[in-house]
Design a protein around this ligand. Sequence first.
Ligand SMILES: [Zn+2]
Length: 506
Amino acid sequence: MKIKVILRLILTTISMSLLSNLNPAPIWSYFEEICGIPRLSKNEEKIRRYLLGFASSHGLESREDRAGNILIIRPASPGFENKNTLVLQGHMDMVGEKNSDYSHDWSSDPVIPYIENGWVKAKGTTLGADDGIGLASMMAVLTDKTLEGGKIECLFTVDEETGMTGAINLKPGFFEGRTLINLDSEDEGILFIGCAGGMDTISCLNYSHESVPGNMTAFIISVTGLHGGHSGDEIHKGYANSIKIMNRILWNLSDQFNIRICRFDGGNLRNAIPREAFADLIVEKSLKEQVRNWVSGFREVLQDEYGELEKDMKISIEESALPTEIMDKEGQSKFLNSLACCPHGVISWSKDMENLVETSTNLASVRFTAGHNIKIITTQRSSVESAKYDAGAMVKSCFSLAGAEVKHSHGYPGWKPNMKSEILGLTIRSYQELFGKEPEVRAIHAGLECGLIYEKFRGIDMISFGPTIRGAHTPEEKIEIETVIMFWELLTSVIREIPSSQPADL
Ligand SMILES: [Zn+2]
């Protein structure tokens, strides 16, 4: 135990001296300090105290709200009082993942950063550059005496990673600025100007059951090895949905061989495209070889349909023990038909931005639960609120027709891209002048706190940019050192260029 503590101290000291040699020095020295402070989502007390202590030790005005968000204010430099107030925003919590062979107590142990081939990584754990680098850059702005600009409000939100409750509970009036830079994106050279809102549509279908007739054979069918992926970032890539695949198999077997099912489970997380599905069924003994042959034939059809995209797809059928009961025939028919109708994937593309999915829906999971119920979870995303609700209504209609009870979750709003945004124009100009090339402008089909901020502070002009981070939310998380320099140059240049609300000498 003692050796472990000493080793950690040595590692911390070595890594601290390493990071403090990096540029821009203030960002990295604050980042090092933050690495030493445990700050998992919903356990942000230590980082909150640290930030408030930082504000008071630098004589900066600060305030907090009931949700735990903190605002620290940098007054305008003398002569810059007429500039519009700028809000910088990042989240103070982080995801705590570690390698299984690495011991780490997230309530007390520091994250140990180190440098490898131009990147900063952490020993055995997530690094927390998401969004520690956002916090460190705000602290660097707040204390940079050489940086001249208008008033800056730095907003440190809580709990972005497990529910965005900090952003959800922000109250109008907590900050005054109407231009905001979110510092929580992960690709240098890309400016983000929109994100998707999301909601869940959850159906519960109750069914009657029957006993198993004589002379039957039972099978278990498995669909495994699919790619899956994030239902926001990867929904447009056309990967197979294991629930849809399984339903195609069962729907056809039901139609041709009158199979009867007693279980269908597939999918796992609401925001993941399902990768696996399993079903138990019975069929008359005399048809069992035909069923087997049909499944092998259909496997080839699917392999041909998906090709390289799902090269590891596996579909197997094996005999199993007879179940004690099966779904009633009418219930089974409604269930399989409703899954066949239920949309999955991209519903529409943005009319304003190329290659941006505007609206999508993910058929995320199907579970047979106690009391003869089937729970079907789907999620809808869109950068346009009305389109999100319409996608939810489509899904609701499918399952309502089957007699299910269907509910929508409250969800979170999207942030619709505005190509005429003033902060976007200014950031593009700064980027071109600094680096002699065009930045890419994009929106993402996943959630950001910006959507919630946009809903509460109507008319706010926002943009999101940051240095390059890879492997966020995993122990492989790393941040590219060179891009932190570019990020800092861009951020400080934009701060200098923020326009005045009225000419200074009037
Ligand atoms: Zn983040």
